[in-house]
Design a protein around this ligand. Structure first.
Ligand code: NDP
Length: 397
């Protein structure tokens, strides 16, 4: 019954393919397609017990995508290629009549924007076609939206303050590496910070605001305010929110490397001429940095991502913290990928399961918090991302 096309065979694609294959009661036929077919074949060779095919596809080429969709006839596409491909894949889905799920908002190649406007503009077309598009179904965005929806459904009458806290307390034993696609990761961190307060977006210099926060089972880590795409949909879908912020931990070593790369122009996203050839410095940088998909073997420690929320329940102030900790080593042992790929890929597979079970299925384009969080929260516990909650804590924020 469940024919699924996975596009992208990086760290996240590896986890999605393996997690989908573990749930063969829901996903009966899998096609894994990406730009480099050999990467798909390697992942497929590590999967048993379910029918998996592979293909080469350029996801920026809509006709090529449509042809692949028409021949394989999936019901759903899980897009874990890069954010640049989102609109091309959505266009192909509309043409071939296929539902859509991704983990990152569309990004134009030459501009770091991190906004949903382009994808939200597909709302009427998906509705008219009777197709579902589920946006941002990784961990953050993804589980953080589901956590917020769960808090709003069960623990608050009004959410007032939302702080999403993302700590990687792990060590990959490299001088510098990013935990997911370097180009997207560096674009995200080097842009200006932004948060929402009293109906307005407030801008900061990159890494201008920071404070030490305590993470369960990890300890105190310096945490930096940065803009993250789920803030946009969450403040829209929960209008009682007075302030919404996103915090991520970075070590001094990481920030020093980043500052040097920025200062010498290696993080530029505009093309330059090199020996008569146009190259984009950040794309060249990606080619020489460690592959995030291959960091897993020596990765120790845990990630800890959650939502710290303040608001009102039954007329009284309530504080709530909901989080997941994920061990890099456990993720590697199960899938061959490190914790950041794991915490992104597992939610994408669960989102797809929600779709196939008919629980997250409505024509149009939706962010994850617009669906029922309960069955998703239940699956997180079953699929390797158990979560915890606590009330009345000092949220430090
Ligand atoms: P990788 O760079 O490891 O993998 C990307 C994959 O997409 C590669 O297999 C690449 O192919 C393929 N690809 C790139 N361009 C095309 C194209 N035009 N056509 C077909 N395939 C293409 O990235 P990650 O696995 O680390 O990340 C995947 C996605 O997950 C990204 O969009 C990232 O932003 C998102 N993400 C989301 C998170 C969340 O919590 N929501 C967290 C982390 C990541 P090739 O190997 O040939 O280059």
């Amino acid at each position: 019954m469940g024919r699924v096309l996975i596009i992208g065979a990086g760290g996240v694609g590896t986890v999605v393919a393996k997690k989908v294959a573990q749930n063969s009661d829901v996903f009966t036929e899998i096609m894994l397609a990406s730009r480099t077919k050999s990467k798909c074949d390697k992942i497929a060779s590590e999967i048993q017990g379910v029918k998996i095919q592979t293909a080469a596809v350029d996801a920026d080429n809509a006709p090529e995508l449509v042809a692949l969709m028409r021949s394989f006839k999936p019901e759903l596409v899980i897009n874990v290629a890069l954010p640049y491909q989102d609109l091309h894949i959505m266009d192909a889905c509309l043409e071939a009549g296929v539902n859509y799920l991704d983990t990152a908002n569309y990004e134009p190649l030459d501009e770091a924007k991190f906004e949903y406007s382009w994808q939200w503009a597909y709302q009427e077309r998906f509705k008219a076609a009777g197709l579902t598009a589920i946006l941002g179904c990784g961990f953050d965005p993804g589980v953080t939206g589901v956590f917020t929806a769960y808090a709003a459904k069960h623990h608050f009458d009004e959410i007032h303050y939302l702080d999403i806290v993302d700590c990687n307390g792990g060590d990959h034993h490299k001088a510098f590496a990013t935990n997911f696609n370097p180009e997207i990761n560096i674009r995200e961190i080097t842009q200006k910070g932004r948060y929402y307060e009293d109906g307005q977006w407030k801008e900061t210099e990159p890494q201008e605001i920071h404070k030490p926060l305590t993470y369960p089972n990890i300890g105190v880590r310096e945490s930096y305010l940065l803009y993250h795409e789920e803030l946009e949909s969450l403040v829209k879908n929960y209008p009682t929110i007075k302030r919404a912020r996103f915090w991520m931990t970075f070590g001094q070593e990481y920030l020093t490397h980043l500052r040097v790369m920025q200062n010498i122009g290696m993080t530029r996203i505009d093309p330059i001429l090199y020996n008569g050839v146009e190259i984009v410095p950040i794309q060249f940088l990606k080619a020489v940095l460690p592959n995030p998909g291959e960091l897993g073997e020596n990765y120790t420690g845990e990630t800890s991502i959650g939502c710290r929320i303040r608001g009102i329940k039954d007329g009284r102030e309530q504080t709530y913290y909901v989080w997941n900790n994920c061990s890099h080593q456990a993720a590697y042992e199960e899938t061959g990928a490190q914790g950041v790929s794991y915490t992104t890929g597992v939610p994408a597979a669960i989102g797809a399961m929600m779709f196939f079970r008919g629980l997250w299925r409505k024509p149009g384009v939706y962010n994850v918090e617009e669906f029922d969080p309960d069955p998703f929260m239940e699956q997180l516990k079953l699929q390797g991302l158990p979560w915890h909650e606590d009330f009345g804590l000092d949220l430090e924020l």
